[in-house]
Ligand binder design. Structure first.
Ligand code: NAP
Length: 315
């Protein structure tokens, strides 16, 4: 049975990923700073490794003794307005977390390392659909994750078998989409949005498909390659919320905020992320044989709405 070490396994995507990895037969070890966050797996055979990626410790030996590593952890991104100063702290932490993990892994011992980045690294690519070979133009969070991503060739050069995965905008239970769209829509409230979100497209993916694609790339991704983890069709944020309103059978009303107010409320980094054009191709992911459960938001959003209604007792 293969030993899989997962960072970020207690997070939004990681929770689903760990369940799928267990079902697929991996012996999973989850790194967390807080054992209570991993309680859900108490009876499922997951080993919980206590440790902080910002501090060297015995967790590094656990990682180094694994056959496979999936790196999903990231510093905190939510809970406050994201100023450039806050994003700078994110950049420093992300660099340190990656370096303490990746430097502890030995080529020849670990069979595969799946590194999870974010498509904000590619930034605003205009209205063309682009592939992983496009030149990155980081926007929003992008400039703050760029130094960590640009350190990866150093690890590849020393023989670490790295595969890179770049999820787009991930929606699912436990995401921003529930709090900012489903809850207000169901309560009959208007949604807040920016005018640009009616025309600027991004590349979404349902969290279930995101977690499935990461597991698939761990097994079938090519070392040294990058993969966008996005569904078949770029859409606007407006499309996403409109399909949710249709599924809920409620009216769809919006209040548009001026950009300066959005910058004031959410900060410049998130405002830039929300308004970047990111029409990304998943041809490379398809080429590995991956099959989507929810190829577009037309399948994914109604499924999420049903799941949310059931889970919250609102159906
Ligand atoms: N969510 C999205 O829409 C999206 C889109 C594109 C890319 N991504 C990427 O996908 C990955 C996962 O995102 P997510 O939204 O699922 O993450 P998340 O919910 O924010 O979870 C963060 C995870 O990181 C762990 N973590 C944070 N600081 C740590 C530290 N110092 N030491 C050890 N663990 C630490 C946390 O573990 P504990 O608190 O248990 O220690 C938690 O499991 C990230 O790399 C993110 O950039 C996400």
């Amino acid at each position: 049975m293969k030993r899989l070490f997962v960072t970020g396994g207690t997070g939004f995507i990681g929770t689903r990923f760990v369940s799928l990895a267990l079902e697929a037969g991996y012996r999973v070890r989850v790194l967390t700073r807080n054992e209570r966050a991993a309680e859900r797996w108490k009876h499922e055979g997951v080993s919980v490794v206590r440790g902080d990626l910002l501090t060297p410790g015995p967790w590094q030996e656990e990682a180094a003794a694994s056959d496979e590593v999936v790196h999903l952890a990231q510093p905190l991104t939510f809970g406050a307005r994201v100023t450039h100063q806050r994003a700078e702290a994110y950049r420093e932490q992300r660099l340190r977390m990656d370096s303490l993990l990746l430097d502890s892994l030995k080529p020849g011992t670990v069979r595969r390392v799946l590194y999870v980045g974010g498509t904000s690294y590619y930034g605003d690519q205009g209205t063309q659909v682009v592939t992983e070979d496009a030149t990155p133009r980081p926007t929003g969070w992008g400039p703050y994750i760029a130094p960590a991503i640009e350190s990866l060739p150093r690890h590849l050069a020393r023989g670490l078998p790295l595969v890179e995965a770049y999820p787009g905008s991930v929606y699912g239970l436990g995401s921003w989409f529930v709090e900012y769209a489903l809850v207000p829509l169901k309560a009959g409230r208007r949604l807040f949005g920016l005018k640009e979100t009616l025309t600027h497209q991004m590349s979404p993916i349902h969290v279930e498909d995101c977690a499935r694609a990461l597991l698939h790339l761990l097994e079938h991704g090519e070392v040294g390659r990058r993969y966008f983890v996005v569904d078949d069709q770029p859409v606007t944020f407006g499309d996403l919320t409109r399909v949710a309103a249709e599924t809920l059978g409620v009216s769809y009303r919006k209040i548009f905020l001026p950009r300066w107010l959005c910058r004031l409320l959410l900060g410049p980094v998130v405002t830039e992320s929300l308004t970047s054009e990111a029409r990304l191709s998943n041809a490379r992911l398809h080429g590995t044989g991956f099959q989507f459960l929810y190829p577009t938001i037309r399948e994914g959003v109604p499924a999420l709405v049903r799941q949310w209604l059931e889970a919250s007792g609102r159906s």
